[in-house]
Ligand binder design. Structure first.
Ligand SMILES: Cc1cc2nc3c(=O)[nH]c(=O)nc-3n(C[C@H](O)[C@H](O)[C@H](O)COP(=O)(O)O)c2cc1C
Length: 307
C-alpha cells in the first residue's frame, strides 16, 4: 500500500508530515515516545539552554476560546540532561527526533548547538524567539535578520553533519527577510511560527491578569491564519523546506499549510485541546482527504496555492 503521508524533510524520511512542536510533551524520552507511537512523523523536544532554567510561576498556561496563552518561558533541565533524554529516545524509537535549542547570546547558541549534536538528533532546531540579553530591553533575536543570520552561520559552523532549522517568530518587520538571512547563512529548514504576542487576559471579577506573568504567547487556532500567511511569505522568499506550525488541529489545516508551501506541519496546542489522539486522527483524515481526490503524494500539493 502506498503511504500517501510520507514526506522527505531535508533528507529525513517521515512517515507522516505531522511534527510534534517544541515545548509540548517534549521534556522526557518517555513523553516523546508516547507521541511517536501515536502517529507523529517526527517529534521535537522542549527547547534547552546551556543550564537548567526554572519557568514562570503558575498559572502559566491559560486556555481560552481559540487556543492558549502560555508563559511557561524556557523552563528546561539544561543541555546535559536533554542529551541524556534524546539518547534514551533514540535507543527506543525509530521516529526522527528534533532537538531544540536557545541561547542568551550568539556564542551560547553555537555552544548549545555543538553540545546537543552529541546526541545525534535527526535535526537541530534553533529557537531564536528568546530575549537577546545584550540588546537594550532584551529584544528577541527573531526580530533582527542580521542577528538571526549570524546565529545561523555560527550554529552551522559547529553542526556540520546534522540538518539545522531556524524557528522563526512573527515578531519582526518581515519574516521573509529573516528567512532569507537563514538561507544565506546555511540553514537547511525553516520552522514557522512560534507563539504570537504576547497577549493578556484579565479576570473581570478579580480585576487582575490571570497569568502570574501577566502576559503570555498566543497559540492554537487563533493564530492559524497568521501562520499560513507566514509560511506563504517564506515559501515565496526562499526554497528551503518549511515546517509550518501554528494553530493546526485538523487535516484541512494541514492541507492549508502544505498549499502555502510547507513540507511538514507542526502540532503543539492541539495536543492540549484535542488530546494525544490528534496525531492519529489527523493522519487518517488526511489519508481520506487525499484518497478521495486521487492525490498520491503531499508533494503534489506543496505550494500549489501560489499561482
Ligand atoms: C506550552 C507551550 C510551550 C512552548 N514551548 C516552546 C519551546 O520551548 N520552544 C519553542 O521553540 N516553541 C515553544 N512553543 C511554541 C510551539 O512550539 C509552537 O510554535 C506554537 O505554539 C504554535 O503552534 P501551535 O498553535 O500548534 O501550538 C511552546 C508552545 C506552548 C503552547
Amino acid at each position: 500500500m502506498i503511504n500517501r503521508l510520507h514526506v522527505n524533510l531535508a533528507g529525513i524520511e517521515l512517515a507522516s508530515p505531522l511534527v510534534l512542536a517544541s515545548g509540548v510533551m517534549g521534556l522526557s524520552a518517555s513523553s516523546l515516545e508516547r507521541v511517536a507511537e501515536l502517529g507523529a512523523g517526527a517529534v521535537t523536544a522542549k527547547s534547552c539552554g546551556l543550564e537548567e532554567r526554572k519557568g514562570h510561576p503558575c498559572p502559566a498556561i491559560l486556555p481560552f476560546g481559540f487556543g492558549l496563552l502560555n508563559a511557561v518561558g524556557l523552563a528546561n533541565p539544561g543541555v546535559d540532561d536533554m542529551i541524556a533524554e534524546l539518547r534514551t529516545f533514540r535507543l527506543q524509537s525509530d521516529v526522527p527526533v528534533i532537538a531544540s535549542i536557545f541561547g542568551k547570546t550568539v556564542d551560547e547558541f553555537a555552544e548549545v548547538a555543538a553540545r546537543i549534536a552529541e546526541a545525534q538528533p535527526a535535526m537541530v532546531e534553533v529557537n531564536v524567539s528568546c530575549p537577546n540579553v545584550a540588546a537594550e530591553f532584551g529584544r528577541s533575536f527573531a526580530s533582527d535578520p542580521a542577528l538571526v543570520g549570524e546565529i545561523t552561520r555560527r550554529v552551522r559552523g559547529r553542526v556540520s553533519d546534522i540538518p539545522i532549522s531556524l524557528k522563526l517568530s512573527l515578531q519582526c518587520m518581515s519574516i521573509a527577510e529573516v528567512a532569507k538571512a537563514c538561507a544565506d547563512n546555511g540553514a537547511d529548514v525553516i520552522t514557522a511560527i512560534n507563539s504570537v504576542g504576547p497577549g493578556m487576559i484579565i479576570d473581570p471579577n478579580v480585576r487582575r491578569p490571570v497569568l502570574a506573568n501577566r502576559m503570555g504567547g498566543l497559540s492554537g487556532p487563533a493564530i492559524l491564519p497568521l501562520a499560513v500567511r507566514a509560511v506563504w511569505e517564506i515559501a515565496e522568499a526562499v526554497s528551503l523546506p518549511i515546517i509550518g506550525t501554528g494553530g493546526v488541529e485538523t487535516a484541512e489545516d494541514v492541507v492549508q499549510m502544505v498549499l502555502a508551501g510547507a513540507t511538514a506541519v507542526g502540532v503543539g496546542t492541539a495536543v492540549y485541546t484535542r488530546g494525544l489522539e490528534v496525531f492519529s486522527n489527523i493522519n487518517s483524515d488526511l489519508h481520506v482527504f487525499m484518497q478521495e481526490r486521487g492525490i498520491t503524494s503531499l508533494s503534489d500539493l506543496k505550494g500549489a496555492a501560489h499561482v
